[in-house]
Design a protein around this ligand. Structure first.
Ligand code: ADP
Ligand code: MG
Ligand code: MG
Length: 913
């Protein structure tokens, strides 16, 4: 806040105290209302009380800072002046809205109250002044309903299915024999007002407040209080928004979209935010007020299809405003507007939330339109790196879909609001979706609702896809699912969702809770039953090669974006791949090497040999068994070296404890196994059992694994080193460059890496002598126990590269087992004990600190030490960004995360420039 005693920032009549720059204080909504006022876009006058006041309010039991009251009163007078109306006036009453608005938009999470200032007197005045009694009483009933809900907390009780105000409204419409709210007469509405007031009295024991200024203060308090409501807190946790930001409160003169048929309310996007196509689009409702469009009460009309005909001048105004805003903000905008008697008023603008598809298209288009530079196109707020993932997700298999259609399984069509393909079991409530998801996360669910509201957030997250009967492309369901990257269809009007009966029906086709249903978020089609999926367009071009690059615009835009990415990125991106075909995919996604090849999966395919090795009583038998594995290992490495075409390949020596290959569980599951092994090895069944029992460990994560295996059984390391070197020699002989990097796992002592390095070098020398060739190779280590990070200077005397194994490093640093943290991590997250899951995103304060120590120590010994990371975190954007800052050379992640890691790396390179 510029001036710590200024608690009110006025906007109106072309002037504003605030601007977009002041988002932190004024919130996104307030800052942009000020900015729009400045650039000449028509905005009703008002003022913003900054977020700092919200924090003061939260910290001081709902008290306000000294001076606020006076400033609010003065600002209200200015609003009255600009609007030419007065609060509580008997002739021309001013009504205001009281609107929440945080630094980052949190759609629908906090509260807003409209039409403040009405009472039995001013409603009459409003009726006379406007010449429209129906409008005045409609505004009043809306006010009592919103104020009643938000401020007085008159809501559905646990034993009620429905909002008590809505119930009265429904009953009134039924008795009046009308379908829509807007068809109720002034008399109906007046009766409804009395019924609403009686409801408030009955539930709260108090009369509904009449004094406008009291109403305003109560609403301001509720807005500030709403920062701390449960759903807002959940949302903040999910989107990493700090709890101490607070919300601003905007008090703003009302404009009326419910004054008649030359009035409307709407929301719009300056471009499509589902797939990204250019062109103004959105939803509007004639003769309605704000919330109606978003809440999905009536299905709104589409701006791009019918507004041009219904209100041509309004359409033109909107297009012009859209252009003005895009040029000014250099970003696609999401706006809220009201049309009062043919004139457009802007009530909000913000950078639009968009799907990954739209994000890529819009960013590339804006560059081509000359509005932004490639550097700007890559900004993290424009394309969150994770959202690229959506472009790689499966879509419905066109053949399966056609089949479903000919089978008569096409149930209905709605508005395609969130691209993707989702099949799952029907759930009708968010709570049920959440419960079922927690019981079995593997079971896909489709949340089917009439409409969604902010309370449904958790259930929406639990579901694979969302389908609603009402609402348009800007409804709550559409907005939230776009942001979550969920497949979503809204406004499927034919759908009859009966919560009480637990059914979803179209005509006489009736589906029950739990029945399978499929939704195509690209087309809006809904099918009964499951529909098989197939690869996305980008994957078809890049990986399957079933579509030519020049045939796919989506691919071309992706390729353009990734070209920019590689231009700015300095961090390398490798992949974790064990098999040649995985490596091929990863290279197509842009991987520059293999950062982690786990050798154990090859062992799993040769259990017979490895069990023989485990059960061997003497070194010779063991050696013989191990050497039977050699050709298999060599084959796999040969394949990898071939497809990697000279790119570095990091191969980790055997890591898991031996009981993963032979344990009491194996013997129990396969009753004949002990006898078979005994016969095969010529030993007794008891010996097999005894050796198996010996292998049991209480804490396998901390047991006999990693380099501890290769140290106690040097034959294993020698065999693996031989397989690597012989494969390298063979592939090099084919004229293909090879760069093997042998990685020793779980080192803590320098002596451990020394021991293993000696074996590898000795073996390599032997192979080179036998074949008369040499190979350039490196020996390095994984840093995955704290001791290795602490003694990294010593370890780097032997190790030629480091790779942070952040899965184990997180386990060992936090003393938290990934296999056992499920029992408490949910509670930790919900109660803000930890800000995020440390196995998904690097715990910067602890694990990150160890990484920094490891980098500093290692490079103090070997200034050019190559350092990477190969844990699961390598594909997490925040972790990738950290790795860039920590000075790592590369990250390594699973093939499908490679594009995401590349983008995140470029974003951090640009951000830290
Ligand atoms: P949210 O953050 O949930 O979108 P808003 O504060 O934006 O809440 O209010 C929701 C809607 O209420 C707006 O989109 C707008 O249509 C309507 N509204 C808010 N203030 C006014 C106003 N002063 N005049 C007319 N409509 C308003
Ligand atoms: Mg809004
Ligand atoms: Mg490990």
């Amino acid at each position: 806040m510029a001036d710590p005693t200024q608690f009110v920032y006025f906007f109106g009549g072309g002037q504003a105290d605030g601007s977009t720059e002041m988002k932190n204080s004024l919130g996104g909504k307030g800052a942009n209302l000020a900015e729009m006022t400045r650039i000449g876009v028509q905005v009703p006058a008002g003022f913003t009380i900054p977020t700092e006041v919200c924090n003061y309010f939260s910290d001081n039991d709902g008290a306000y800072p000294e001076g606020l009251k006076e400033q609010v009163v003065a600002a209200l007078e200015r609003v009255e002046e600009v609007m030419g109306a007065r609060l509580g006036s008997d002739t021309n009453p001013l009504l205001v809205s009281c609107r929440s608005g945080a630094r980052e938009s949190m759609p629908g999470m906090m509260d807003t109250v409209l039409n403040i200032g009405l009472n039995e007197h001013s409603v009459q005045a409003l009726a006379e002044h406007s010449g429209n009694a129906q409008f005045a009483w409609d505004s009043y009933r809306r006010f009592i309903q919103m104020f009643g809900d938000v401020v007085l907390e008159v809501r559905a009780r646990d034993d009620e299915h429905e909002d008590p105000f809505e119930k009265l409204l429904e009953a009134k419409k039924a008795s009046a024999g009308v379908k829509y709210d807007s068809e109720l007469s002034a008399e109906d509405l007046q009766e409804l007002v009395s019924e609403f007031k009686a409801l408030v009295k009955q539930r709260t024991g108090q009369d509904f407040p009449d004094e406008p200024i009291d109403q305003i203060w109560a609403a301001i308090g509720a807005v500030f209080g709403s920062w701390n409501n449960d759903r807002a807190a959940v949302y903040r946790r999910d989107y990493g928004i700090p709890h101490n930001w607070g919300t601003a409160c905007n008090v703003q003169a009302m404009v009326y979209g419910n004054l008649g048929d030359d009035c409307a309310t709407g929301v719009g996007l300056t471009r499509d935010c589902s797939m990204g196509a250019p062109g103004f689009n959105g939803d509007y409702l004639i003769n309605a007020q704000g919330e109606d469009v978003v809440a999905g009460i009536r299905t709104p009309k589409r701006i791009e299809t019918s507004l041009k005909d219904e209100m041509p001048e309004v359409y033109e105004q909107l297009e012009t405003i859209g252009k003005t805003l895009e040029n000014h903000y250099q970003e696609v905008q999401d706006i809220e507007f009201t049309v009062q008697k043919g004139r457009v008023w802007l009530l909000q603008t913000r950078n639009a939330k968009r799907t990954g598809f739209a994000a890529v298209r819009i960013a590339v288009d804006l560059v081509h339109e000359g509005l932004i530079t490639p550097e700007q196109a890559l900004e993290k707020r424009r394309i969150p790196a994770d959202d690229l993932n959506q472009l790689l997700q499966p879509v419905f298999d066109p053949q399966e879909k056609a089949l479903a259609e000919t089978d008569g399984r096409l149930l209905t069509k709605g508005i395609n609001a969130g691209p993707g393909a989702a099949s799952g079991h029907i759930c009708l409530t968010a709570a049920e979706a959440e419960r079922l998801h927690n019981l079995n996360p593997e079971q896909p669910l489709i949340l089917v609702r009439r409409e969604t509201s902010p309370e449904d957030l958790r259930g929406m997250r639990a579901a694979e896809g969302i389908l609603t009967a009402f609402g348009g492309a800007s409804s709550h369901a559409a907005l939230v699912s776009r942001q979550m990257g969920k497949t979503c269809i809204v406004g499927a009007n034919e759908l009859n969702v009966d919560y009480t009966a637990g059914t979803v029906s179209v005509g006489d086709i009736v589906l029950k809770i739990g029945d399978p249903i499929s939704i195509d978020g690209f087309t809006g089609e809904v099918f009964t039953g499951m529909v098989d999926t197939t690869e996305s367009e980008i994957v078809n071009v890049l990986i399957k090669k079933t579509v030519a690059p020049e045939e796919s615009e989506a691919y071309q835009r992706y390729a353009q974006l990734m070209e920019w990415v590689d231009q700015f990125r300095t961090l390398g991106v490798r992949t974790n791949a064990d098999l040649p075909d995985q490596a091929v995919d990863a290279v197509a996604f842009g991987a520059e090497g293999i950062g982690l090849c786990r050798t154990e999966h090859m062992f799993v395919e040769h259990l017979e040999e490895i069990r023989e090795m485990i059960l061997a009583r003497d070194p010779d038998t063991r050696l013989a068994a191990i050497n039977r594995l050699l050709p298999f290992q060599q084959d796999e490495f040969t394949g990898l070296f071939r497809v990697m075409q000279g790119r570095p390949v990091t191969i980790r020596l055997l890591d898991p404890p031996l009981h993963e290959f032979l344990s009491e569980r194996h013997l129990q599951e396969q009753p004949d196994l002990a006898e078979e092994l005994a016969a095969q090895l010529g030993i007794s069944v008891e010996a097999v059992r005894a050796r198996t029992a010996e292998l049991h460990e209480e804490n396998p994560m901390l047991g006999h694994r990693g380099c501890r295996l290769g140290i106690v059984y040097p034959e294993i390391t020698a065999m693996q080193a031989r397989a690597i070197m012989q494969a390298a020699v063979a592939v090099q002989a084919e004229g293909i460059e090879v760069h093997p990097e042998v990685m020793v796992p779980l080192v803590g002592f320098q002596t451990e890496i020394d021991n293993q390095a000696a074996i590898v070098r000795e073996t390599a020398d032997a192979v080179f002598a036998e074949t008369g060739t040499t190979i350039e190779y490196q020996i390095g280590t994984m840093i995955e126990v704290p001791r290795a990070a602490l003694r990294s200077d010593e370890i780097a005397e032997t190790a030629e590269f480091f790779s942070f194994g952040t899965n184990d490093l997180t386990q060992t640093c936090l003393g938290m087992s990934r296999d056992d943290y499920g029992g408490f991590i949910g509670y930790y997250r919900e109660n803000d004990i930890v800000p995020f899951d440390p196995f998904q995103s690097i715990d910067l304060g602890g694990v990150g600190r160890l990484i920094e120590l490891g980098v500093a120590g290692g490079r103090s010994t070997r200034s050019d030490l190559k350092i990477g990371i190969c844990g699961e975190h390598g594909g997490d954007p925040a972790s990738v960004m950290f790795c860039h800052r920590a000075g790592l050379n590369y990250v390594s992640c699973s093939p499908y995360r490679v594009p995401i890691a590349r983008l995140a790396a470029a974003q951090e390179a640009l951000a830290s420039e």
